[in-house]
Design a protein around this ligand. Structure first.
Ligand code: ZN
Length: 90
C-alpha cells in the first residue's frame, strides 16, 4: 500500500485543503460540501526520511496500511544524503 498526501481545490468555492490517504482518491469540500473533488497534486509519502536526534530514519508504509501509514523503520543513517542514497538503490 502506498501512502499519499492529496491536495485539493474546490471547483465551487475555491477553498483548498490537504488530506492523507492510502490512494489518490477524491474528497468532499470541507467548506461547502461539494462532492468528489479530484486532487490536483499528490505527495508520495510511502517512504519518508525523518530526522531523529543526530541520525535520519527511513520509514516505509507497509502493505497492510489502510487508514493510517503505520510506518515501519527500514533503515537509520548518519546523514540525509545516505538515507536518500539507500532509497534510490532500494
Ligand atoms: Zn467548496
Amino acid at each position: 500500500m502506498a501512502w499519499f498526501r492529496n491536495h485539493y481545490i474546490c471547483e465551487r468555492c475555491d477553498s483548498t485543503w490537504a488530506d492523507e490517504w492510502s490512494c489518490m482518491c477524491d474528497d468532499d469540500c470541507r467548506r461547502c460540501g461539494a462532492r468528489h473533488m479530484t486532487p490536483y497534486e499528490s505527495d508520495d509519502l510511502t517512504t519518508v526520511i525523518e530526522p531523529e536526534g543526530k541520525e535520519f530514519v527511513v520509514l516505509r508504509s507497509p502493505e497492510s496500511a489502510e487508514h493510517e501509514p503505520n510506518y515501519r523503520e527500514i533503515g537509520k543513517f548518519r546523514t540525509r544524503a545516505q538515507a536518500k542514497h539507500f532509497l534510490s538503490t532500494d
